[in-house]
Design a protein around this ligand. Structure first.
Ligand code: 0L1
Ligand code: MG
Length: 252
């Protein structure tokens, strides 16, 4: 296993906008810890962080890519799209969009035993978001270790205006994903590990094992709630979540 070589291959795939084969086909030693080492190297080269993301927290997502365990990755600030900003699909490899419940941290949060209730207490708001995935692997074909090394397919993301989580049962909120006016997927908040805040608590505990914590002002994408839809020029994707609102993303 050669971490620097794996990082170079993934970085080149982005620069060339060309998908590559699975790294696990190349490196016998690419287990989960080695994959998070690769991701850590990508993170140190990524500049300012907007926050973190969970992946594969819902059965719909796990079934779509054939990986049955949650994973986490980082969100470079450079990946953020503003509301109304168009996604330039020509800069992507094979973009897909999915709806997310997004947490905004009101204060730092870390620790090995953090609970969902503590996550809700620490967040200043929750919002609807759209994550744009862009796997660096051909046809989104990967193992858990591959997708972790590839920063969980993270590419771009857009987050709506946050609302207070007070009085909202995030398990029960309905989720609708539309592409070009047609419903492409539906879910409820409970799709993400039973409760989106429980998913974020899992992330915090994982980060704690790395000596890291969430910081005030950071955002956390708690995991795609429906299967992700492929997008290309001219497509418009809308994610709507009950009580949180809607976000639209147009593609060129
Ligand atoms: O769909 C995928 O590329 C799997 C990794 C990311 C999943 C997610 O963000 O929920
Ligand atoms: Mg996601």
């Amino acid at each position: 296993m050669n971490t620097a070589d794996a990082v170079a291959r993934l970085t080149k795939a982005v620069a060339d906008r060309t998908a590559i084969g699975r790294l696990t086909d190349e490196y016998t030693g690419l287990d989960l810890p080695a994959a998070y080492d690769v991701q850590r190297e990508l993170r140190s080269a990524a500049g300012e962080l907007a926050g973190w993301k969970l992946g594969l927290t819902s059965r719909a997502k796990q079934a779509q890519v054939g990986v049955a365990e949650p994973v986490y990755g980082f969100l470079p600030a450079a990946g953020a799209l503003d509301l109304g900003e168009v996604l330039e699909t020509g800069r992507q490899i094979q973009p897909r969009c999915e709806p997310e419940i997004v947490f905004t941290l009101g204060r730092d949060l870390g620790g090995a035993h953090v609970t969902a209730a503590e996550v809700l207490g620490a967040c200043s708001g929750v919002a609807v978001g759209i994550e744009v995935l862009d796997s660096r692997y051909r046809d989104y074909s990967f193992t858990t270790a591959d997708v972790v090394a590839d920063n969980t397919s993270a590419s771009r993301f857009v987050v709506g205006a946050p609302v207070s989580p007070q009085g909202i049962d995030l398990r029960l909120v309905g989720v609708v994903l539309e592409k070009n006016g047609v419903v492409a997927g539906t879910a409820s908040g409970a799709a993400s590990l039973g409760h989106p805040a429980a998913a974020v608590a899992w992330l915090v505990r994982c980060l704690s094992a790395e000596g890291l914590s969430l910081r005030a002002g950071q955002v956390v994408l708690s995991g795609g709630l429906t299967a992700a839809v492929p997008v290309g020029p001219g497509d418009v994707v809308v994610a709507s979540i009950d009580r949180l609102g809607s976000v639209e993303l147009a593609c060129r």
